[in-house]
Design a protein around this ligand. Structure first.
Ligand SMILES: Cc1cc2nc3c(=O)[nH]c(=O)nc-3n(C[C@H](O)[C@H](O)[C@H](O)COP(=O)(O)OP(=O)(O)OC[C@H]3O[C@@H](n4cnc5c(N)ncnc54)[C@H](O)[C@@H]3O)c2cc1C
Length: 388
């Protein structure tokens, strides 16, 4: 088995690094410390994404008809690793290029493509994902926000929670429920996707104070919000197919272990410079954290390899996601124990990493759900009978 990179891939990585070194300002790490949903990162993303586009690096993985270069998934992943390793300077706009665009190509109307793609290409669009509700997180199909059909569109009533970037967003990718029609089940089949202008009358956004970074998560309330019918993505009842497609793009596009590894390497360099590297316990713990990062990297490469060869999805997607969470948490635990000064302000990237790591096992779906899938599909364990 060949684990090395081709010359062309290695050159691509070097080019991405050179562009980042040129485009990121000297105070980038201070900006990153505020968190991806902060005013600072959002404003910077609107400078950074156009600069990336000018270098041909914003959407190279998109199909040619939509302005991309049909770039291979491996090159895309190299790019994502380098961006994550420096703290993801695309901020909230990572979603646009990872999944909003690809979902539009597959399911959007011509008018939706013309409305939503140009601001993404200009590096000025901020989206938020209105999925979770107080009683519908892991069990997303239980969502209750109502979209009542009215002349020309829908009236939306309900609330979302944990919505990242909502205060900055122009558009919400909203899941809501239409009244169950005769013959249509009330579950997944009654969910509809609406692309909602966040300036619509009746929307209220409330930030939730959190350790994960300033302005990152919010509650969003919809009070009789009118959404035109042309803003529905796909057909009523098609939402679940679209969500599954979206989640595949969302999860493979984020090599979160890269920031954990970069932060660990920096910490080890500092520990050496402080003369602490001879401590055998510290070295053992650093080695364990490194091992978790490398395991996560290899698991993710296995998933990318499957996608590059068009193999059907298998349990490695779940294994990789759990491995990434373990890597982020392992590095965080090591740093918190041996370098607490970094977390308290001594190293902005350690703070940025920690903010992301504490949410890693929850955001985008809890790791425990992936463990369930591994138990059922990989280990063939029986489902536990429901308690009576
Ligand atoms: C930083 C951050 C950003 C987020 N951004 C967004 C966003 O932009 N948009 C959005 O819609 N949502 C967002 N979320 C919400 C996230 O998707 C949900 O928190 C997640 O899906 C879990 O849902 P929940 O919080 O309702 O927890 P629950 O589903 O109630 O789960 C609580 C805990 O119970 C356990 N659990 C639940 N079900 C099972 C099961 N079947 N088997 C085993 N254990 C189980 C899990 O350990 C889980 O941690 C974000 C969350 C965070 C932390």
């Amino acid at each position: 088995m060949e684990f090395g990179w081709t010359q062309e891939e290695a050159a691509h990585r070097e080019r991405v690094r050179a562009v980042l070194a040129r485009v990121l300002p000297p105070d980038w790490e201070d900006i990153a410390r505020h968190g991806p949903g902060s005013d600072e990162q959002t404003a910077f993303s609107k400078i950074f994404c156009p600069a990336l586009h000018a270098e041909g690096l914003l959407i190279p993985h998109w199909p040619k008809p939509y302005g991309g270069q049909d770039e291979s998934i491996w090159r895309q992943f190299i790019m994502a690793e380098e961006l994550w390793a420096v703290g993801e300077p695309r901020g909230p706009q990572y979603m646009n290029v990872n999944w909003v665009g690809p979902v539009m190509f597959k399911f959007g109307t011509q008018a939706q493509l013309e409305t939503y793609l140009p601001p993404i290409l200009a590096g000025q669009a901020v989206w938020c994902q209105g999925f979770s509700e107080p009683s519908a997180g892991s069990d997303l199909a239980a969502l209750r926000t109502a979209a009542t059909p009215v002349e020309g569109g829908y009236r939306v009533n309900g609330g979302k929670i944990w919505t990242s970037y909502a205060a900055q967003a122009d558009t919400c990718f909203l899941l809501a429920r239409v009244p169950a029609a005769e013959g249509v089940s009330s579950g997944k089949a009654a969910i509809v996707i609406l692309l909602v202008d966040m300036k619509s009358p009746g929307i209220q956004v409330k930030p939730i104070p959190a350790l994960v970074g300033q302005g990152d998560i919010h509650e969003v309330f919809f009070d009789d919000v009118f959404v035109p019918a042309e803003n529905r993505l796909g057909a009523e009842g098609q939402a679940w197919e679209i969500i599954n497609y979206l989640l595949q793009h969302e999860r493979v596009g984020i090599p979160r272990y890269a920031l954990a590894r970069r932060t660990l390497d920096r910490a080890v360099a500092r520990l050496k410079s402080q003369g602490r590297w001879d401590d055998p316990v510290l070295r053992d713990r650093a080695g364990q954290a490194l091992m978790l990062c490398e395991a996560a990297r290899m698991m993710c490469y296995r998933v990318v390899d499957g996608k590059a060869r068009d193999l059907p999805d298998d349990a490695f997607g779940s294994l990789a996601r759990v491995a990434v969470v373990e890597a982020e948490n392992g590095v965080s635990a090591f740093l918190t124990e041996f370098m607490p000064d970094g977390l308290l302000g001594g190293d902005p990237m350690q703070q940025a990493h920690h903010q992301r790591a504490i949410a890693a096992g929850v955001a985008a779906g809890p790791a425990e759900i992936q463990l369930n899938l591994i138990a059922q599909r990989w280990l063939n364990l029986p489902r536990e009978p429901r308690a009576r």
